[in-house]
Design a protein around this ligand. Structure first.
Ligand code: ZN
Length: 478
């Protein structure tokens, strides 16, 4: 390895936090040098990953949602309407108090989330049964004055990529069905990122401020902590009552509407980077990789025919919809491999004079390092099936890893021992005190109650010892 390459090597992924920060910079995802705490800059390469990720989200939502955009600024009087909501966010809101040097009559909040921006308009838009279901979403930045340790893509003061959907329904049941649908959409979204997620219902003390209940999806990070990567909230008619969103029923009576909201942020990208990356850099699922195939011509002296063959392969791949780059820079092949491995390009295609003589190319997988020589004539088909195989393998590997790191635990000692590795699954009596005591005793709380409970199973709450048939996840969280 050349000196320069050695210097640029990443710390081992075993030191997850160091590895993560270094990878964001060297893999050109985020530049962390912006001079405001908790605000980071997308490198163009990282932004390209972001675009591919959010294209997947749009593809899923656009089937029956409409994209929109509401203002960033929310007047104080609207923001302050919903008591629980304010309590949940008051310590985190940035306020705009002046226009130039003139104090504003009404202070303006930078949205920490957009319920109070959107719902005054929903009051005007919802008139009758026929206006529902209304399903809108936007992808915007939001601001939260985080006082905890900030971390790029994970804990931010400016969330740059908040996808928030807001729906309105005629009945509580319709809204509940929409919450389930949101979790299905998110699970499919994460499947396409090759990230397995666990859905669970948050305990009451951890639900969204102003919601009837919250269901969230979590990904398990390499350091054993879970990352909440999607939430869906049933808002009941709580916000409708506050913002006076009503419709006329068949008898001519005004009924409060029922609402949901659900969100995903750039934490989705933090999860996919962290779960798939390795000591050599990013490992990107093909669906989101800005470059899916990099072609490295192996050139000795006069290799015009090699370059020509590479150009033909490139054109064929592009015609098949593959995102291709050809690296004809003056760097040595080793330096080129290093560069594109760091950027997570799923497939490297090498072609030199000897390959050409055999009418073959070499395909190298980024995820496993496996090499395979294939015929030049079938190169495009071989690459396409390899890209599919890479996605499937990344996903099954991540799923197996998640499954291995969920532990059924019976007592506090057992939970304590397993948490550094992953998630504990325990029986819980349902008592809030036990949930909170767990947090005090072992520094990890109840993550949530999974939808799927083992049939006929029962056990004892490890805190109070009473019998229970409800299993919950316990985890350390970001
Ligand atoms: Zn208990």
């Amino acid at each position: 390895m050349a000196e320069q390459e050695k210097e640029a090597a990443l710390p081992s992924k075993k030191n997850f936090s160091e590895w993560y920060n270094d990878l964001l910079q060297k893999g050109e995802v985020m530049d962390v040098r912006y001079p405001v705490k908790g605000l980071y800059v997308w490198f163009p390469f990282g932004f390209n990953i972001r675009r591919n990720v959010y294209d997947i989200m749009r593809g899923l939502l656009d089937k029956d949602h409409q994209e929109t955009m509401f203002p960033l600024l929310i007047p104080e009087n609207e923001f302050m309407k919903e008591a629980e909501h304010i309590k949940g966010f008051e310590d985190e809101v940035y306020w705009v108090t002046h226009g130039g040097t003139t104090p504003l009559d009404v202070k303006l909040a930078l949205r920490p989330t957009s319920e109070t921006a959107i719902y005054p308009m929903y009051k005007l838009w919802i008139r009758s049964h026929a206006d529902m279901p209304l399903k809108l979403y936007q992808i915007v930045n939001t601001f939260r004055y985080e006082t905890k340790h900030t971390r790029p893509l994970i804990r931010l003061r400016e969330i740059t990529s908040f996808k928030e959907a807001h729906t309105v329904h005629a009945t509580w049941e319709d809204a509940a069905a929409q919450v389930d649908e949101a979790i299905r959409i998110y699970t499919e979204f994460y499947r396409q990122l090759a990230v397995p997620v666990l859905a669970s219902r948050r305990p009451d003390w951890d639900k969204f401020p102003g919601a009837d209940y919250t269901i969230a999806t979590d990904a398990l990070m390499p350091d054993g902590k879970t990352l909440q990567v999607g939430t869906a909230h049933h808002l009941g008619d709580n916000f409708a009552r506050t913002f006076d969103i009503t419709y006329e029923d068949a008898e001519g009576e005004q009924i409060y509407a029922f609402q949901t909201c659900y969100g995903v942020s750039e934490r989705s990208i933090a999860a996919l980077i962290s779960i798939h990356g390795d000591d050599k850099g990013l490992v990107l699922p093909p669906a989101v990789a800005p470059v899916q195939v990099v072609i490295i011509p192996i050139i000795f002296k006069k290799s015009d025919d090699v370059l020509e063959a590479c150009e033909t392969v490139k054109a064929d791949l592009e015609a098949a919809g593959v995102r291709v780059k050809m690296d004809t820079s003056d760097n040595r092949p080793g330096a080129k491999y290093y560069k594109w491995e760091m950027r997570g390009v799923p497939v490297r295609l090498e072609l030199g004079p000897r390959d050409l003589k055999k009418n073959a190319v070499m395909l190298v997988r980024r995820d496993t390092g496996e090499k395979e020589q294939v015929s030049l004539d079938n190169a495009t088909d071989e690459v396409l099936s390899l890209l599919d195989a890479i996605h499937d393998d990344l996903y099954s590997k991540a799923r197996a890893d998640l499954k291995e790191r969920i532990f059924e635990c019976e007592n506090l000692e057992d939970i304590r021992e397993k948490l550094p590795v992953g998630i504990a699954k325990i029986f819980w009596c349902g008592n809030k005190d036990c949930g909170l005591k767990l947090e005090d005793d072992i520094g990890a709380g109840i993550l949530g109650i999974p939808d799927e409970q083992s049939e006929g199973c029962s056990g004892k709450c490890p805190v109070c010892g009473s019998d229970s048939s409800t299993q919950v996840y316990v985890a350390r969280t970001y």
